[in-house]
Each structure stands twice: as structure tokens, then as C-alpha cells.
Ligand binder design. Structure first.
Ligand code: HEM
Ligand SMILES: *[C@@H]1O[C@H](CO)[C@@H](O)[C@H](O)[C@H]1NC(C)=O
Length: 324
């Protein structure tokens, strides 16, 4: 008589058990209570450092949020954007999307110092970006959500990964949808996350071509923005304009109202409302702040799930700018 352990049903049970374990562990990598024992004051410590930075300069909330986006879109949310160049690699800070643009690194240093004081060697820089982004959005009047934690920090990175990973403002709708899809984010997630452009600033070089070469833009916005963004490349490149002309330090749904009125500042912004498949999502967010904020919060959690380093991968950096 065949023993149970060699029977097909036994093998099926074993296979099933492995599947359950595997699926269970891969979705349980990050958790909202990851540091609740090892760093009980983590959230209050980060929040007060973010609050003090935003009190000094409201735009800093936007800058911190963008750092998290640029981190997650390059090798996953692994703190790689924070690494300074070394003799063995050139990092992300001088890549096109970040050079003269990504900011807030000194604020991240302050957050890290405060957290190291409270719980030395415990909390990753990647997780600090996730918490600081949530806090920034809340402080500027946006939605709250529970931040999943447990990411570890990258030991290396590359400038080319950042050049390839972050979509440029010249992107069309299909480019945007396919880049976000490749990271597990839907078109709706893409449109909701783009609502981040309800806060913060862009440089003339990021929107010049739109002011001088495009027709799907409101004439009064063109006139206003041309005043501080000359046609000639090289002149006034770093002059700033608000991404949301009405309320650049309030996390609201004006971004979508602007798009409906052809007042998107970036070419990529207006692509979301230009007669294509994203129009209906933009219109619904322009009509409902609450559907925007709840979709935004859910999409931020999804973005934060992109390829984290966990277990024995990566490390917990002592200084966010360099590997241990
Ligand atoms: C959909 C594709 C996206 C493109 C093409 C894009 C592009 C840009 C560009 C060109 C700027 C201005 C940079 C400069 O001129 O210095 C900018 C600013 C900003 N972006 Fe995006 N972005 C995208 C999505 C996102 C997402 C998903 C987030 C956050 C989740 C985000 C958050 C921000 C913020 C907050 C700013 C203002 C930063 C500051 O004032 O320091 N963006 N983005
Ligand atoms: C507008 O488009 C023309 C033709 O493609 C190009 O030569 C010119 O540099 C563009 N102007 C701006 C300000 O981007």
C-alpha cells in the first residue's frame, strides 16, 4: 500500500503550503508597525522635523514628496536618490531630472539626525522619505494614510538608472501610462499621483517649449508665464513658476481644474486632459476633491511598494548620503 507521503494528495498539500508561505511573505514584506518596538517615537520625530522645514519654506513639502517619487521610480524605493557620488559610482543627483531641480537633501539629513538620536541604526533612509512625504501632504492640507515600512537602503546606484527611470516633461500620454504600468501602477494611479503637481514649482526649462510652441494652452497663462520665461534657451532657465497657478502650497484638486481649463504648466500635465483616455479621470477629480484625495492616498501606498529591499538585502544607512 502506498504511503500517504508519496501520494498525489500529499504532494498537492505540500505545494499549496509552499505557495501560501511564498505569497504570504511577499505581500507581508512592508508593514505599518515595522518599527513600533524598535523606534516607538519615529512618527512624532519625523513629523516635527518636517513641520519645522515647511514652516521655514512651504515649498519644501513639495520637494520632499518629489524625492520619494524619484527614489521609487529608480530601482524601487531604496533611498538611492540620497546617495552622493563616490569613486565607484556616479549617483542620481546629477541625472537630468534631478540636476538643479531635486532638493530637500539637507532636510532629509535633519530628519535622519533626529531619528538617529532617538533610535540609532534602526530606521532606513528609504522609509524616512516615505514618512516625510506623507507628513508633507498632510501638513499642506492633503489626505492622511498609513505608511508601510521596512524598506532597506541601497548600497549603490547609477546616474543612467535615473535618466532612464523618471519620465521627462516632454512625455506624451502613452509614454506616461506605459512607464507607470511597468512599475505596477495603473493609468488611474498615474493620474492621481500627478495631482502632486497641485504643489511645488517648475523651472522655465521644463515648460518653455509649451509656452512658445503649443496651442492647447490658455492664452492668459501663456502671457503670464512668458513674462518670466524667455523664448531663448539658456536665458532664465532656472526661473520658477508654480505648477498650480492658484494654490501652490495647498494640497487640493485645483491641479485638475487647471487641466480642464488648459492651464497645465508642463506638456506632460496637459497630456492628461487632451482628448485622450485620461480625460474622464481628470474630469472626475476636478469635480471631487474627495475622490482625488482617496485615490491619491491609495496610489501613494502602491508607489511605496515598488521593489523594496528587505530581509538581508541592502542596509540601514547611518548617513543618508553614503553607504556604511
Ligand atoms: C507623471 C509624470 C511626471 C512628470 C513628467 C513630472 C515632471 C516634473 C517636472 C518637470 C517638475 C519640475 C522640475 C523642475 O523644473 O525643476 C516636477 C515637479 C514636481 N513633481 Fe513631478 N512629474 C511627474 C509625476 C510626479 C509624481 C508621481 C509626483 C509625486 C508623487 C510628482 C511630484 C512633483 C512635485 C511635488 C514637484 C514640485 C517640486 C518642488 O517644488 O521642489 N511628480 N515634476
Ligand atoms: C519650437 O519648435 C521649433 C520647431 O520644432 C523648434 O525649432 C524651437 O526650438 C521650438 N521652440 C521652443 C522654445 O522650444
Amino acid at each position: 500500500m502506498a504511503s500517504f507521503s508519496s501520494s498525489p494528495s500529499f504532494m498537492a498539500i505540500v505545494t499549496l503550503a509552499f505557495l501560501v508561505l511564498f505569497i504570504g511573505s511577499s505581500s507581508a514584506q512592508l508593514s505599518t508597525n515595522f518599527y513600533s518596538n524598535s523606534c516607538p517615537n519615529l512618527f512624532t520625530t519625523v513629523k516635527s522635523a518636517v513641520q519645522s522645514a515647511i514652516s521655514k519654506e512651504a515649498r519644501m513639502g513639495a520637494s520632499l514628496l518629489r524625492l520619494f517619487f524619484h527614489d521609487c521610480f529608480v530601482n524601487g524605493c531604496d533611498g538611492s536618490i540620497l546617495l552622493d557620488d563616490t569613486s565607484s559610482f556616479t549617483g542620481e543627483k546629477t541625472a537630468v531630472p534631478n540636476l538643479n531641480s531635486a532638493r530637500g537633501f539637507d532636510v532629509v539629513d535633519n530628519i535622519k539626525s533626529a531619528v538617529e538620536k532617538a533610535c540609532p541604526g534602526v530606521v532606513s533612509c528609504a522609509d524616512l522619505l516615505a514618512i516625510a512625504s506623507r507628513d508633507s501632504v498632510v501638513i499642506l492640507g492633503g489626505p492622511n494614510w498609513n505608511v508601510k515600512l521596512g524598506r532597506r537602503d541601497a548600497k549603490t546606484t547609477s546616474k543612467s538608472a535615473a535618466n532612464n527611470g523618471i519620465p521627462p516633461p516632454t512625455s506624451n500620454l502613452n509614454n506616461l501610462i506605459s512607464r507607470f504600468n511597468s512599475l505596477g501602477l495603473s493609468s488611474k494611479d498615474m493620474v492621481a499621483l500627478s495631482g502632486s503637481h497641485t504643489i511645488g514649482q517648475a523651472r522655465c526649462t521644463s515648460f518653455r517649449a509649451r509656452l512658445y510652441n503649443e496651442t492647447n494652452i490658455d492664452a492668459s497663462l501663456v502671457q503670464t508665464r512668458r513674462g518670466n520665461c524667455p523664448r531663448t534657451a539658456g536665458s532664465g532657465d532656472n526661473n520658477l513658476a508654480p505648477l498650480d497657478l492658484q494654490s501652490p502650497t495647498a494640497f487640493d484638486n485645483n491641479y485638475y481644474k487647471n487641466l480642464v481649463n488648459r492651464r497645465g504648466l508642463l506638456h506632460s500635465d496637459q497630456q492628461l486632459f487632451n482628448g485622450g483616455s485620461a480625460d474622464s479621470i481628470v474630469r472626475s477629480y476636478s469635480n471631487s476633491q474627495s475622490s482625488f484625495t482617496s485615490d491619491f492616498a491609495a496610489a501613494m501606498v502602491k508607489m511605496g511598494d515598488i521593489s523594496p529591499l528587505t530581509g538581508s538585502n541592502g542596509e540601514i544607512r547611518k548617513n543618508c548620503r553614503k553607504t556604511n
